[in-house]
Design a protein around this ligand. Structure first.
Ligand SMILES: Nc1ncnc2c1ncn2[C@@H]1O[C@H](COP(=O)(O)OP(=O)(O)O)[C@@H](O)[C@H]1O
Ligand SMILES: [Mg+2]
Length: 285
């Protein structure tokens, strides 16, 4: 596998403060293959969103940079669509119109009106939202809003789909449904995905590789775990799977043994994550 589709190369960033600048990231290096599903995991405040925002072009790295298909990218573009935790839909537009707006930005010169309509509807059907085209965000549930946010990104046909805790604010059942939908879609379309999560099960279930970040300041990549489980993956079968549980343990060990100092310091995810998954409650980041 050639891991040179998306490269995070020697990335560091300092944020200005009233006193000394705050160094959030240092020497972050990651090479991702086309079609790979990568999860970024690490304690709250370590710098996951900062990495994603630099890839998205929303933040400028202080050192190093992002290379996508051999070209440096340092500003936002439709080739890198972002799904945020809180959907970010425009409340005065319908479900259909929210997706249409993004589609028109990207395809206004290459698709006819009829093709645009068909494409918007197709992408909403991928996330099972074609029944609610004319509803407004205020009239649908949180899970449905996240579906629309995902459809809006998919419809832009980005080279890379960036997701910042996309299911973090959802209840466990809705989250499971959306994870399954995302696995189906990625299986069909072969998207390259970088997803931030604080949920160890989610990371193991969805990823080809889990990138584990060290604690900040000057956070970097601590370990990378290859998840060699066949696809399609079935959450019920995997719950009993020895290899699945070994991967899960490896991530937990990284977070709560190797990086445990900050687990104590930050109001982080530790207690719930250490419970067996059956008794785990959803914890917002
Ligand atoms: N725009 C910013 N200005 C100053 N500090 C920031 C900014 N964005 C993030 N930080 C700091 O950088 C660190 C990493 O933040 P973030 O990437 O949001 O963490 P995570 O997503 O892992 O929870 C935190 O200490 C945070 O306070
Ligand atoms: Mg974050």
């Amino acid at each position: 596998m050639q891991r040179n589709y998306l490269k995070v190369s020697q990335v560091g960033i300092e944020f200005p403060t009233d006193g000394e600048p705050f160094r959030a990231l240092q020497n972050v290096n990651l090479s991702i293959a086309k079609g790979e599903f990568i999860s970024l995991i690490g304690h709250s405040g370590c710098g996951k969103s900062t990495v994603l925002n630099i890839i998205a072009g929303l933040y400028q790295a202080s050192e190093g940079g992002i290379i996508l298909e051999g070209r440096e990218v340092d500003e936002p573009g439709p080739d890198r669509a972002v799904v945020f935790q809180n959907h970010a839909l425009l409340p005065w537009l319908s479900v259909y119109q929210n997706v249409e707006l993004a589609v028109k930005c990207v395809f206004k010169h290459s698709k006819t009106k009829a093709e645009i309509r068909e494409w918007v509807e197709h992408n909403l059907s991928l996330v099972h939202m074609d029944h609610a085209l004319h509803k407004r965000p205020g009239e649908i549930s949180g899970g449905m809003k996240q579906r629309v946010g995902i459809a809006r990104c998919l419809a832009m046909q980005p080279k890379v789909l960036l997701m910042d805790e996309p299911f973090g604010a959802l209840d466990a059942l809705t989250r499971a449904h959306l994870q399954d939908s995302l696995m189906d879609i990625q299986n069909e379309l072969g998207n390259t995905v970088v997803m931030i999560t604080h949920d160890v099960d989610e990371a193991v279930l969805l990823s080809d590789r889990i990138v584990m970040m060290t604690n900040g300041p000057a956070a970097s990549i601590g370990e990378i775990l290859d998840i060699d489980l066949p696809r399609p993956r079935d959450r019920l079968a995997l719950a009993e799977d020895v290899q699945y549980n070994a991967y899960r343990q490896q991530v937990l060990r990284f977070l709560y043994e190797k990086q445990k100092n900050s687990a104590k310091k930050s109001a982080s995810i530790a207690p719930a994550e250490l419970l067996p998954s059956s008794s785990k409650k959803s914890v917002a980041a």
